[in-house]
Design a protein around this ligand. Structure first.
Ligand code: ASP
Length: 348
């Protein structure tokens, strides 16, 4: 049973993205506009019977420019307003939304309120925009409470085109369709039609409420290395031997397989012995890495590569950034990568 209490108050944080862009009459390219302009296009915002306040980044940004500094700004806004609001909606570009959602899930420890990221494929001023529905439904979800008065959703999520998803399970899969995000390896937290149907078994609820603790330091000494047929040693070496490199997401084939080349195993074990944490994530959209299944996967395990199980590249990368950002030792990071911190992998 869903209720919206009249003490409900949502903070809408506008970072930028297509949702708030407008066409430059000269170049035809999309450029950011202010939150005030955005609100004019959504008069329905006034119809909600709960309070909505808003704030925005000084310079709204295309999410291609997102980085650890912007994540810190977002986390600071949420922390500084945590006690004042019952929920948060973040308007964000779609291009890197899955990275931001994953990063925030690690940076906001002990979250017991909703943080819903949303955006759109068409700007809000365009007649057929998907932005209005995404924005209005995200607000409704952020304001929803259970019968006991606690928020219905208490984690970082992405809401897009009728689906509420755990943020650190999402991937952007389509550059054009409104239906642009998927959570392949974890059930949706809610589906939206005439009714908003919450999947209460999938939503994370804390057993014991703990105060919010934020982590704002992310290490950027990380990389993604994607395998392809014919990949050369020079390419692999030039990534694995970057000075100061701490963590690598190795995107492999199928259930975590890689070419059986002696030089590849040598490079990986050398890097791994030097303390680089290498995590095996499949290039497949869904399913899990299992390095015991084929010889081509087993050789990676012997080289010190860790299984990422069914984690997304976005979550694996930001998890490495988060763990190294906390100054954890290599062994501690390796240990944490092998179990779930906030529901980002399905197995422990
Ligand atoms: N380039 C835009 C961004 O990510 C695309 C979008 O919002 O959909 O900010």
């Amino acid at each position: 049973m869903e209720t919206i209490t009249n003490t409900t108050s949502i903070l809408l944080i506008y970072t930028g993205g297509t949702i708030g862009m407008i066409e430059n009459p000269v170049t035809g390219a999309l450029e950011n506009f202010s939150f005030e302009q955005l609100k004019k296009h959504v008069p329905e915002l006034q119809k909600f019977d709960f309070n909505i306040d808003s704030c925005q980044f000084d310079q709204p940004m295309d999410s291609s420019d997102m980085d650890a500094v912007a994540w810190r700004m977002l986390v600071d806004i949420i922390q500084n307003n945590y006690d004042k609001y019952t929920g948060f909606v973040v308007l964000h570009g779609t291009d890197t939304m899955a990275f931001t959602a994953s990063a925030l899930s690690f940076m906001l420890h002990g979250l017991s309120k909703p943080v819903i990221l949303t955006g759109s494929q068409l700007p809000i001023g365009v007649i057929r925009t998907d932005g209005k529905e995404n924005l209005l439904t995200s607000l409704e979800i952020a304001a929803a409470h259970r019968a006991d008065g606690k928020p219905m959703v208490q984690e970082v999520c992405v809401y897009f085109e009728n689906k509420l998803m755990r943020g650190n399970r999402t991937t952007k899969l389509n550059a054009e369709d409104f239906n642009a995000f998927r959570s392949y390896n974890y059930p949706d937290l809610a589906t939206v039609g005439i009714h908003i149907r919450y999947n209460l078994n999938a939503i994370h609820y804390q057993e014991k409420e703990v105060p919010l603790k934020v982590y704002t330091t992310m290490s950027t000494n990380v990389a993604i290395l994607k395998l392809f047929p014919g990949i050369q040693e020079m390419v692999v070496r030039s990534v694995l031997f970057i000075k100061g490199l701490k963590g690598v997401v190795l995107e492999t084939y199928g259930s975590g397989n890689a070419p059986r080349k002696g030089w590849l195993v040598d490079c990986l074990s050398e890097a791994s012995k030097r303390g680089v944490v290498i995590v095996n994530v499949t290039q497949c959209k869904s399913g899990m890495v299992d390095m015991d299944r084929y010889e081509t996967g087993y050789q990676l395990k012997s080289a010190g590569v860790l299984s990422g199980y069914d984690i997304t590249t976005e979550a694996a990368l930001t998890k490495l950034m988060f763990l190294f950002g906390q100054g954890l030792s290599v062994d501690e990071v390796r240990l944490e990568m092998m179990h779930s911190i906030v529901g980002e992998i399905s197995m422990d």
